[in-house]
Design a protein around this ligand. Structure first.
Ligand SMILES: [Zn+2]
Ligand SMILES: [Zn+2]
Length: 147
């Protein structure tokens, strides 16, 4: 039996959506997939700074934009603060820890149908995602330890 976990072939993934393979796209997409996503452009910039020469914040933004336009990552926009980029492209929702700011994916078997509600106010829904705020398991444990 072969138990090797197959490394994703990043250049192949980029080519499959018609994107030219650049060192920035390769490294940034690899980083998001490895870390399973949920990071801001700023976090990616700070992490990559040393390893990619001549990297600027605007390069990171442009790279993230082309990756999300191509559908390889998902941009999660919050009303306030910076967008986060997610490697999980399945339709899913998030639990957000208000202490450590970590995001946890969750799935709903059936999503509520908002069509009627939207129609009442003539609202055209493009997309929605449910964001649940609270305190994650690790942070709850830390709080008990401190007491
Ligand atoms: Zn937490
Ligand atoms: Zn997610």
């Amino acid at each position: 039996m072969d138990h090797d976990i197959k490394e994703p072939d990043i250049p192949e993934i980029l080519k499959s959506v018609g994107l030219r393979v650049t060192p920035q796209r390769d490294a940034i997409l690899r980083h998001i997939i490895d870390r399973k996503g949920h990071m801001s452009a700023d976090q990616i910039y700070r992490f990559m700074q040393g390893s990619l020469p001549n990297l600027s914040v605007s390069t990171v933004y442009n790279t993230l934009k082309s990756l999300s336009d191509a559908g390889l990552i998902r941009e999660i926009k919050f009303g306030d603060g910076a967008s986060l980029f997610d490697a999980n492209r399945e339709p899913h929702h998030h639990m957000v820890c208000t202490v450590c700011k970590e995001l946890f994916d969750f799935y709903l078997l059936a999503t509520p149908d908002l069509t009627q509600i939207a129609q009442q106010v003539h609202f055209h829904i493009e997309e929605y995602h449910i964001q649940v705020k609270g305190i994650c398991d690790a942070c709850q444990r830390r709080m008990i330890d401190v007491k």
